[in-house]
Design a protein around this ligand. Sequence first.
Ligand code: TYD
Ligand code: MG
Length: 434
Amino acid sequence: MVETVISTRTKRTVRSAQGRKAELVQLTSIKKETHGQRTSTKITELDRVLGGGIVSGMVTLVAGEPGIGKSTLLLQLASNVEGNVVYVAGEESATQIANRAARLGIANPNIQILEETDVDQIIETVSSDVWRVMGALEKKNSHTSPITHHPSLLIIDSIQTLTTTDLTGIAGAVGQVRESAGRLTAWAKRNSVPMFIVGHVTKEGTIAGPRVLEHMVDTVIWFEGERREQLRIVRAMKNRFGPTDEVGIFSMEESGLKEVDNPSNLFLGPLSTQGSAGQSRPSGSVITAIMEGTRPMLVEIQALVAPTKLAFPRRTSSGIDQRRLELIIAVLGRRVGIPLWDYDIYVNVAGGLKIEEPGADLAVALAIASAFKDKPLRVGTFAVGEVGLLGEIREVAQTERRTKEAKRLGFSTPITAKDSSTLSQAVGKYLATG
Ligand code: TYD
Ligand code: MG
């Protein structure tokens, strides 16, 4: 239960809404949005997630844990957009943002920083005459571009720092977050100004977080990644203007977020790559190909199996669902005859990636079996397939594309459902001891 006290000042808006007749509009008479109005962000990976670029009046929520790179990405975006960009700094001081910009090599005079946390003040500022003057100047300089009365992009960093005096409650409280976002969204829609809102998510998934805003905005993009790793995946969770099955892949570097167009390279550890002939691979490492959006990506699954000293052996996974891991261990025990009950098992996806699809099952199972037998898989092999409770290997979607990507990177021996119909067969074929 969260209390939100509405101050008496808002009553006037309530009264004015009463008893007024609303207008009905015939569906067929509504002017349709013409296509091709998307503005590229000049960041290919971001365009991909947004469905091709920014649409006017599009409100995008950028969600993610603190420190993941939201402000960095938005500052990079701000420097790419033509026209004036207003960056509302609620979280950091203007100086801090200037420092970051310097680090990123951004020196765009069109970025305006607004240090303000009162949402009504912000709206007042971005609607003010200053913009009209700027628009008029623009018109004078160019006859082709329309007059813009408003900034061409508004960035809010972050929604958790904004408040309206019409509500009580501190910044970050559900009521404040919802009301601030609501007012800004209404303004952005009315004036066709695209807007990006930063929303922090904490590990516990705070109630005042992005979840309360999801229904309000057009697009929700989610930042994923381990802070200590370089990899960042930006996923569209909701998109009124495009598909949600695409992801943007970035790497966090010294000079900001770099686009990664060949993601497989990021995940293949030095020991996992093919190497010269005769060079052996460590046991417990298996390459798999997963799909991120519509792109196949090669990753290395690593497993470590060690005798336990505990009554309940450890099953630790990073990047793989714990229950999925336990299931695979049970299948290995019952269907393949690999006794693992007195062994601790650790499984890791190299590079900090989280795998949510079953296509990596087979690689996980083979990595554990390989670690248990201390026998490496042949160089050039990779595994793609789902493991069923009966120990059967099932083909997963897009196996062809995954195989093609693997071959491209020098992995020429696929271990799939086509190759072995059961896990037991695959283990026999690729991990036979002696
Ligand atoms: P930031 O964009 O401030 O995260 P958020 O806005 O999501 O809280 O990113 C902060 C982290 O990124 C910080 O730990 C430092 C790191 N970083 C880099 O590694 N390189 C860079 O160029 C920048 C600007 C930040
Ligand atoms: Mg930030």
